[in-house]
Write a protein that binds this ligand. Structure first.
Ligand code: 13P
Length: 251
């Protein structure tokens, strides 16, 4: 079982062009020890191409935070898979809870986006996560299972090489509150079991499952130490080179 370790920074709607260039050059400067993980950053759309150019000679990869499900057409304000690929971006985050809650992205829409990504041979970081209320009512496993089955599981077996799953409990995002390492491990093991149930053990064993939600330099190590946690999707702490690199080195 050789799953890839991954640390990805989701910059959300932060950093203009100059700030993007500064942060990336700081990350490059602090890149000392070769990390035992793939490292990915996801700047805003307007800064993806400059990020791609800045990182092209480095092992650091660039991902988009979203994309549209259609190939092209009358979708004002949207970005297609082909547009991303044309600037060297082959990875996209889909189903982030902020996309689901603020922009009405449903499981059905996400299934279409995933299908489009697979058709274009893009890699997807597919996010799932329960709300606080779900957990208080003891429904967290059912919620995650439904998000996986409806949004992600329509893909073909062959496509799993292009899938990364991120578990991001909504109550832990930007709140300073993390899932405990045990809560993360329990859910990651459940996600892996759910993948195995539909696609078999081999695929389940090889898919990387990242934890996201208030990961910081101070808590990354104990979360990453859990068997089924293969890395992190980092929000706030990915905006400071020092913190992000400390988390990368915690792997
Ligand atoms: P924070 O690390 O700021 O809690 O955000 C997590 C997240 O949403 C990453 O996608």
């Amino acid at each position: 079982m050789m799953r890839k370790k991954i640390v990805a920074g989701n910059w959300k709607m932060n950093n203009d062009l100059a700030q993007t260039e500064t942060l990336l050059s700081e990350i490059k400067t602090q890149w000392n020890k070769e990390p035992q993980a793939r490292v990915i950053v996801a700047p805003a759309f307007t800064n993806l191409y400059s990020a791609f150019k800045a990182l092209r000679e480095t092992p650091i990869e660039v991902a988009a935070q979203n994309m549209h499900q259609s190939d092209s057409g009358a979708f004002t304000g949207e970005i297609s898979a082909a547009m991303l690929k044309s600037i060297g971006v082959n990875t996209v985050i889909l189903g982030h809870s902020e996309r689901r809650s603020h922009f009405g992205e449903t499981d059905a829409v996400l299934a279409e986006k995933v299908e489009t990504a697979m058709k274009n041979e893009m890699e997807v970081i597919f996010c799932v996560g329960e709300e606080l209320e779900d957990r208080q009512q003891g429904n967290e496993f059912d919620v995650i299972k439904a998000q996986l089955e409806k949004g992600l599981f329509n893909i073909k077996k062959e496509s799993w090489g292009n899938v990364i799953i991120a578990y991001e409990p909504v109550w832990a995002i930007g709140t300073g509150e993390t899932a405990s390492p045990e809560q993360a491990q329990d859910m990651h093991a459940f996600i892996r079991k759910t993948v195995a149930g539909s696609f078999g053990e081999e695929i389940a064993d090889s898919v990387s499952i990242l934890y996201g939600g208030s990961v910081k330099p101070g808590n990354a190590k104990e979360i990453f130490a859990k068997e089924d946690v293969d890395g992190g999707l980092i929000g706030g702490a990915s905006l400071k080179a020092e913190d992000f690199m400390a988390i990368v080195q915690a792997i």
